[in-house]
Design a protein around this ligand. Structure first.
Ligand code: ARG
Length: 461
């Protein structure tokens, strides 16, 4: 078992069956640059503790740089005999520097503290990419909202017409959860910045190495307080998986609406040709595949989270090999979002809204009935009675198959003497929307203020 990280106490090498099961290079090779960064930092810690002379440390860094270049150029590739990225890169370093110097680097560290650190470094880097991509979706929503400051659509609860709202208000309602995802990533970064490096296999090291030095070198904030926890905990990975799953859910909810809005029955939006797809048999089709893929892939993101949680739940302290299963789910979540988010941003940015169609539907379904009730309240009618009167008006109009705005003076008076003709001042969708001017409400002035706040929060995150 030449070149393996272990072997002396074994009479034979691993069976091919074990090697096939154990091997992780097909997914952990992506961590090679982080592994090498860890090795640079560890070399400094060894030198600081007196285990490498200055010239040895120098040659060690040069050897690691040479390995890094060969990995980047594809000259060094994982061999079938390599169990994981850590072993493969140690072999490469020994090939570069010889066993006398190359063999010194492993002192005082374990793959257990290495991998627990590297996965954090990888996630921190990709969290930045994901945050940038989320910001693009937020920007697209904000731009659409700015482009349609007055457009009104039927606001819904239970998917039924409820009250008219500004399109901008609705679009911003989809942007806020994404702002919170940005904030979640910032918050997560505090916990992610802890470095398990130096914890060794589980118990720490006898060599007097400085884990704070390693943490600093790796751009992390501080070493883990507890070496068992540092090497065995994966809550930071699971929390990342949760945030990515939640982002998937946010996108999925907006996707569902875009898919509905894009139907002939709604007719609220048209997708840009370059962000929609055709059918191989039906020449007329133009399909919202980006929204459907975003909705579909949210299931996969949730699966990655639940799979990881299930892996963790039965594990005793400290490291167990099960923990090798933490990487593929989050790598997949990263890869998924890094293709979904850019396509999604493009789709949103290029949506065309049929504002006339939305305005036509907005008052339908008696969506101004609450306005009538609140108009009565302003005239000192108790809300209980106002609700009854407005409900009776809805029923009378429904029986006559007319809208609230079509009720004549006679019908209004018949329903209630409180319903004088000037109730019509609230029977327009513009009047209804403009009058909802409390904090967070749908009045244009509030929605514009809210947009400024939203932009500031997104940029501050
Ligand atoms: N490849 C492993 C992982 O991803 C790290 C190796 C730890 N192996 C071990 N036998 N302790 O978690």
């Amino acid at each position: 078992n030449e070149g393996a990280l272990w072997g002396a106490r074994f009479a034979s090498g691993p069976s091919p069956e074990l090697a096939d099961l154990s091997r992780s290079t097909h997914f952990d090779w992506i961590l090679a640059p982080y592994d090498i960064a860890g090795s640079h930092a560890h070399a400094k810690a060894l030198a600081a503790a007196g285990y490498l002379e200055a010239d040895e440390e120098q040659r060690m860094h040069e050897g690691l740089d040479a390995v890094a270049k060969k990995v980047a150029d594809g000259v060094i590739r994982p061999a079938p005999s390599d169990e994981d990225v850590h072993g493969a890169l140690e072999q490469a370093l020994i090939a570069e520097l010889g066993p006398e110097l190359g063999g010194r680097l492993r002192a005082g560290r374990s793959r257990n503290d290495q991998i627990a650190t590297l996965v954090r470094m990888y996630l921190i880097d990709h969290a930045k990419v994901i945050a940038r991509d989320i910001l693009r979706v937020i920007d697209a929503l904000v731009a659409q909202s700015e482009a349609h400051p007055d457009a009104i659509l039927p606001g819904r609860t239970h998917l039924q017409h409820a009250q008219p709202v500004l399109l901008a208000h609705h679009l911003q309602a989809h942007a806020w959860p994404l702002v919170r995802e940005l904030e979640r990533l910032v918050d997560w970064r505090v916990r992610a910045g802890v470095s398990p490096y130096g914890g060794g296999a589980l118990a720490g090291s006898t060599l007097g190495l400085d884990p704070a030095l390693v943490a600093r070198e790796l751009g992390l904030d501080r070493p883990a307080e507890n070496s068992l926890d540092g090497t065995a905990a994966r809550d930071v990975v699971a929390e990342f998986a949760f945030i990515t799953a939640m982002i998937g859910v946010d996108l999925s909810r907006l996707s569902e609406e875009i898919i509905l809005w894009n139907t002939r029955e709604f007719g609220f939006v048209t997708l840009h040709d370059s962000f929609s797809t055709g059918s191989s048999i039906m020449p007329q089709k133009k399909n919202p595949d980006i929204a459907e893929l975003a909705r579909g892939k949210s299931g996969r993101l949730i699966g990655n989270l639940t799979g990881l949680m299930a892996t963790l739940k039965g594990l005793p302290l400290a490291y167990n090999r099960d923990l090798q299963e933490d990487k593929e789910p989050v790598f997949d979540s990263v890869n998924t979002l890094e293709v979904v988010l850019p396509a999604f941003a493009g789709m949103v940015a290029t949506l065309r809204f049929d504002t006339a169609r939305m305005a036509e539907l907005a008052p339908q379904g008696f969506s101004l009935a609450t306005d009538v009730a609140e108009w009565l309240v302003k005239r000192r009618v108790p809300f209980r009675d106002a609700h009854e009167i407005s409900g009776a008006l809805v029923r009378a109009c429904e029986e006559r198959a007319i809208g609230l705005e079509d009720a004549d003076d006679e019908l209004l008076a018949e329903v209630s003497p409180h319903l004088t003709p000037d109730v019509r001042e609230v029977l327009s969708i513009e009047g209804s929307v403009a009058s909802r001017e409390g904090t967070g409400g749908t009045a244009p002035v509030r929605v514009a203020e809210q947009r400024a706040e939203l932009i500031a929060r997104a940029q501050g995150a």
